[in-house]
Ligand binder design. Structure first.
Ligand code: RIB
Ligand code: CA
Length: 310
């Protein structure tokens, strides 16, 4: 008997790898993508919203709505990553603009859906956690209603990728992340410890050069800036791995410990501190931290789910 489908709401800061995570969600036979909520992160909210619509329409998912999330972090400056994702956030991908509009009040939508479908919705977050923190503030009961929160963010034992100690999604809104990790809900943290090990190389795209499927064109277009302009020799599939872990949790080894986030440190802002002590005092060690990943199987799933590999 095949595993049941999972109903997913994506919270994204589309972004190059967010776009690839969306492509997986649209194409995975066991994912029912209900909606996308866009948050400011890699680039502005206006761009992450429009990028999300553009990617969904390109993939034929024109019935999946995009809601507007937070325009910036709970506090502090807006931090963005256009140096990596390009000014438009999609690596300059030549894809048609969507004619659809962005729905308002993504936070309200998230609260309403989680309250209306207790235990049924998996939330996959691949950007700063501002939307989730605001939803918690508006409706604290969602902690007991969500089926699972799978978030791409943080680093348990590795250095950061934005500062020496902080990963971008956490660094972009440390206060929001601190509030999210404090809550006793079923969270899986897909951090740099595992995402850095699942990588895409330019050579992966060579066999796809003549492939004109929507997924193949999307992959080439969003990777062009990093591979051909910036000369990167690989890129980590951060956000795609978070989506894959939500569907295939056996891809990773997870350890339950508490995670705290530095919200004030002059040099450590946005650091995720894991309490590895086995006799750690409460709260109840509820965050499942991914410590190992079957990297080659994750890569294979990435390509086969997109219809791009054997
Ligand atoms: O650190 C990687 C994360 O930051 C990814 O989600 C990427 O899209 C950026 O948002
Ligand atoms: Ca992202």
């Amino acid at each position: 008997m095949s595993d049941p489908a999972i109903r997913v709401i994506l919270d994204v800061d589309t972004g190059v790898d967010d776009a690839l995570a969306m492509a997986l969600a649209v194409n995975h036979p066991r994912v029912d993508l209900e909606a996308v909520i866009a948050v400011a992160g890699n680039v502005s909210l206006d761009r992450t919203s429009r990028n999300s619509l553009k990617v969904l329409d390109w993939l034929g998912a024109t019935s999946v709505p995009v809601y507007a999330g937070a325009v910036g972090p709970l506090s502090g400056v807006l931090r963005e990553a256009s140096y990596w994702h390009g000014q438009d956030g999609l690596g300059g991908a030549c894809l048609p603009e969507s004619s659809r509009g962005v729905e308002p009040d993504g936070i309200g939508y998230l609260c309403r859906r989680l309250m209306a479908a207790p235990g049924e919705l998996t939330l996959v977050c691949t950007g700063p956690l501002t939307d989730l923190a605001l939803a918690l503030e508006r409706e604290p009961r969602i902690v007991r209603r969500v089926r699972e929160v799978v978030l791409m963010g943080g680093a348990a034992r590795l250095p950061g990728n934005t500062t020496p100690v902080a990963e971008f999604n956490i660094y972009a809104d440390p206060e929001a992340a601190a509030r999210v990790f404090e809550q006793p809900w079923p969270i899986t943290m897909v951090g740099l410890d595992v995402t850095e090990r699942v990588r895409l190389q330019p050579s992966d795209l060579m066999p796809l050069a003549a492939n004109d499927s929507a997924a193949a064109v999307l992959l080439r277009e969003v990777c062009h800036f990093l591979f051909d302009v910036c000369g990167e020799d690989s890129l980590a599939l951060h956000d795609p791995l978070a989506l894959l872990v939500a569907v295939h949790p056996d891809l990773v080894v997870r350890r339950r410990h508490d995670v705290r986030v530095e919200t004030r440190g002059a040099c450590t802002l946005g650091m995720t501190i894991v309490d590895w002590r086995m006799d750690a005092p409460p709260p109840a060690r509820h965050t499942r931290i991914c410590t190992e990943v079957a990297a080659e199987r994750a890569r294979a799933l990435f390509f086969t789910t997109l219809g791009l590999g054997s």
